[in-house]
Design a protein around this ligand. Structure first.
Ligand code: F0G
Length: 466
């Protein structure tokens, strides 16, 4: 086996000796091993990992807080990762040398001052998971799942993806010396995500299907071929993705926000964050549960429909949205997400394509930027405020899941006024003109640039007087 991270040496960190098991979220049966499809052998429902290591560690909530803080000044390989730094709450491999890491996590928590002024929410923050090594939140889960894939001795890992999972999986597989197989919907993922998978050496198959079709095929494949599934059905992924919530609370000095708002696609992320919140409360790291709300695009709103129909059965649908990361109609982790909404008292809402585009431009105007799927959080916040579900004096954190550079086509189309051309949103989209900053082509003369500058100045004055 190659070493942890290429040429780096193991730091000799002592790992917590943690036993964990798989628990079915449906019938509750517990097993020490999981089958290839990560489904319960009794009832077929999804598995989650239970018995986190903090009990075995014997550490109190305050001891955990200070251990984690101390590790921030350590240069040991595991401590440099914003995921493995919280290892007491993670399943651990037998040896540190198995761990595949790219220094994931450690993402910034930004104040959104302009959005705060616009919405009236005085304490409004964005936790930017797009600042992870491959540009999306997927890395925090992938480091854990890729580690266990490697420990199990798999030659191949595989996923179906709308782009970010495949980019992340391909990177971690490459770092861990494992081959990767990517199944993506042809023509429905952004070029920049696709190009990442290619560069990291994945066997990349563009299938004539949507994401849900790709995932269905993957599930058949894992039953027949010795490949390890790295979709968010894989419970190790969700364990790593818990750390966004732990890191967030640490950044807020363990003062719980009132609301955390996430985009919803296949619903792994909301499930993971909800699990983390419940575990943190059980341990005593926090006293109060923030409400976790999930926002979907109107055109890919299976969870919204499901919740409105009572939440006991999935209402799936044919998805369509320019926020391609969440273009999913049959979300695998819907049941976990419904439980999280119930446990934390969160809301589930949907936003239109125009609302998504406006919110993305507003986040960009703060110098932060994100991909369209992440912007549903700000658009959703505006709705939840209107409904009175979020109050202006509450503390709100938006989870931005992907980097602005993940979908340049969307951004270019938006600023050039082409995003809604020929669609039903054409007229509505026109209202976003003040948010657009199209590039201008000029002769290479001083005169032309000075004129452009003066015109921009003039137009700004007109807007601020309007
Ligand atoms: N935001 C981004 C940028 C995503 O890439 C995804 C999912 C989500 C939100 C939704 O998260 O599925 O956990 O509810 N992307 C997956 C992928 C499906 O294949 O990259 P979720």
């Amino acid at each position: 086996m190659p070493s942890v991270t290429g040429s780096e040496k193991s730091s000799g960190t002592t790992l917590p000796q943690v036993t964990f098991c798989f628990r079915c979220i449906g019938c509750g049966s517990v097993a020490s091993e999981a089958s290839h499809d990560f489904r319960c052998s009794q009832c077929g429902n999804l598995l989650e990992i239970s018995d986190p290591g903090w009990k075995a560690s014997g550490l109190s909530a305050s001891a955990l807080k200070s251990v984690w803080r101390e590790r921030r000044s350590s240069n040991a390989v595991l401590d440099l990762s914003g995921v493995w730094r919280f290892r007491e709450l993670l399943p651990m491999p037998a040896s540190e040398t198995q761990i595949v890491t790219l220094r994931e996590g450690n993402t910034p928590l930004y104040e959104l001052s302009q959005a705060s002024r616009n919405t009236g929410v005085s304490r409004l923050y964005a936790k930017h998971q797009g600042m992870n090594p491959t540009g999306s939140f997927k890395d925090t889960g992938m480091t854990v799942a890729a580690t266990f894939a490697r420990q199990a001795g798999y030659r191949w890992v595989a996923c179906a993806s709308t782009g970010n999972t495949s980019a992340s999986m391909a990177a971690y597989a490459a770092r861990g010396g494992v081959r990767s197989l990517v199944l993506v919907p042809e023509g429905k993922i952004s070029w920049s995500k696709l190009s990442q998978a290619l560069d990291y050496g994945a066997l990349t198959c563009q299938l004539r299907a949507d994401f849900d079709g790709c995932l269905r095929l993957l599930q058949e494949l894992v039953r027949q071929a010795p490949v390890y599934q790295l979709n968010s059905i894989n419970p190790f992924r969700l364990e790593g993705q818990k750390t966004v919530a732990i890191e967030l609370l640490e950044q807020m000095d363990w003062q719980e926000p009132d609301h955390i708002i996430v985009p919803g696609g296949n619903l792994g992320n909301s499930s993971a964050i909800g699990k983390a919140l419940l575990e943190m409360r059980e341990i005593g790291l926090i006293q109060r549960l923030p409400k976790l709300s999930v926002i979907q695009a109107e055109g890919a709103n299976a969870l919204v429909r499901t919740v409105r129909a009572g939440g006991r059965q999935l209402v799936n649908m044919e998805p369509e949205t320019r926020a391609t990361a969440i273009r999913i109609g049959n979300p695998a982790s819907w049941e976990k997400a419904v439980r999280v909404l119930e446990a934390t008292g969160g809301a589930c809402e949907q936003v239109s394509e125009v609302e998504i585009a406006q919110a993305k431009a507003e986040i960009g105007a703060e110098g932060i930027g994100c991909e369209p799927a992440s912007a549903v959080t700000l658009a959703g916040l505006k709705k939840l405020l209107q409904q009175g579900f979020v109050k202006k004096d509450e503390t709100v954190v938006l989870i931005l899941t992907g980097n602005l550079l993940k979908d340049p086509d969307f951004t270019m189309d938006f600023h050039q006024g082409q995003l809604f051309q020929g669609t039903a949103d054409d007229k509505e989209g026109d209202k976003l003109k003040p948010f657009r900053h199209p590039p201008i082509v000029l002769d290479a003369t001083l005169d032309a640039v000075v004129t452009a500058l003066n015109e921009a100045e003039q137009s700004e004055r007109t807007h601020s007087n309007a």
